[in-house]
Design a binder for this molecule. Structure first.
Ligand code: DGL
Length: 270
C-alpha cells in the first residue's frame, strides 16, 4: 500500500495522477482536514502534525508515504528523512513534492526566469529557492504567496468571478516584480483546481507546471530504480480515503480534487 498525505484535500490532485499512472497498487489517502490549512503554521507544529500522519500511515502498513503537501514537504520532510526514519523505520521511505518539481524545472534546461505561486509558509521557508539554486543557480525564481487561494478552493468557490480577480491580482504582482517569465510553478497541491483560470490569465508562451503529473512520473521512476521497495507494495487496486474531520464534507469536496467519487472514513491523529 502507498500512503498519501496532505493537510486537507490538495494532495488528492497528486493522488489522482499517481492512480492514473500506476493503477495496480493499493493506495490510502489521509487528509488532516481538522487541522488544515497548514500554510501559516510554524515549522515545529507542521513537523509534529506531519510526523503524526506519517506514523499513522506506517501503522496502517505503508512501506512508502508520499507527502503530497508543499507546506509539509518544505517544513518537515527533511527532518523526517534525516532524523526520524534512520532510528525508527530505516526500511521505510517518505517522499515529498518539492524535489520532483525542482528537478523538472532544472532538467528542462529551457527556463531562465520562473514564477512560483504557493502558500505563505512555503514562500517563507524559501525551500524552492534553495533547492533550485543548488541544482541550477542561473535560474531566477520569483515567489508569490497567495493566502486567499486555498480558502476559496476549500469553500468550493473556484468558479466564482472573484476567484479570477484574485488570481489576476497575484499574477499582476508577480510579473510586476519578475518581468517576463518562462514558466509558472503551481507549488501548492490545491492550485490545480484553478488551473484553467490561471492558464487563461497567462501569456500563451508561459509554461504552467502542476505537480500531480510530475510527481506521478517521478514516483514511477523511483519504483523502477528501487525494486526492493516496489516488491513490498500490495497490488489490489484499492483506494482508501481517511480524513480527520467530517466525512460528508470531505466526500463532497474531494470529488473535485480526485476527479471521481470518494467515500471516506474518519480517523484521529495524535
Ligand atoms: N496543500 C497544501 C500545500 O500544497 C496547501 C494547504 C495548506 O496550507 O495546508 O501547500
Amino acid at each position: 500500500m502507498i500512503g498519501f498525505f496532505d493537510s486537507g484535500f490538495g494532495g488528492l490532485t497528486v493522488l489522482r495522477r499517481a492512480v492514473e499512472a500506476l493503477p495496480h497498487y493499493d493506495y490510502v489517502y489521509l487528509g488532516d482536514n481538522a487541522r488544515a490549512p497548514y500554510g501559516s503554521r510554524s515549522q515545529g507544529v507542521v513537523y509534529r502534525f506531519t510526523l503524526e500522519a506519517v506514523e499513522y500511515l506506517f501503522r496502517r502498513g505503508c512501506p512508502l508515504v508520499v507527502i503530497a503537501c508543499n507546506t509539509s514537504s518544505a517544513k518537515a520532510l527533511r527532518r523526517i528523512q534525516q532524523e526520524y526514519l534512520p532510528g525508527s523505520f530505516p526500511d521505510r521511505r517518505v517522499l515529498g513534492v518539492v524535489r520532483p518539481l525542482v528537478e523538472e524545472v532544472t532538467e528542462r534546461k529551457t527556463f531562465r526566469t520562473v514564477g512560483l505561486l504557493a502558500t505563505e509558509g512555503v514562500v517563507a521557508s524559501k525551500a524552492y529557492l534553495r533547492e533550485i539554486e543548488k541544482l541550477d543557480p542561473t535560474i531566477r525564481v520569483f515567489q508569490k504567496a497567495c493566502p486567499l487561494l486555498v480558502p476559496i478552493i476549500e469553500a468550493g468557490e473556484q468558479d466564482w468571478e472573484g476567484a479570477e480577480m484574485i488570481v489576476r491580482k497575484y499574477l499582476g504582482e508577480l510579473t510586476a516584480e519578475a518581468g517576463a517569465i518562462d514558466a509558472l510553478l503551481l507549488a501548492c497541491t490545491h492550485y490545480p483546481i484553478l488551473y484553467e483560470t490561471i492558464r487563461r490569465n497567462l501569456p500563451a508562451r508561459v509554461e504552467l507546471l502542476e505537480q500531480g503529473p510530475i510527481v506521478a512520473a517521478r514516483l514511477a521512476d523511483y519504483l523502477r530504480r528501487h525494486p526492493e521497495m516496489e516488491r513490498r507494495l500490495s497490488r489490489g487496486g484499492t483506494r482508501e480515503f481517511l480524513t480527520t474531520d467530517l466525512t460528508e464534507r470531505f466526500d463532497r469536496l474531494a470529488r473535485t480534487f480526485f476527479g471521481g467519487p470518494v467515500r471516506s472514513r474518519i480517523v484521529s491523529l495524535g
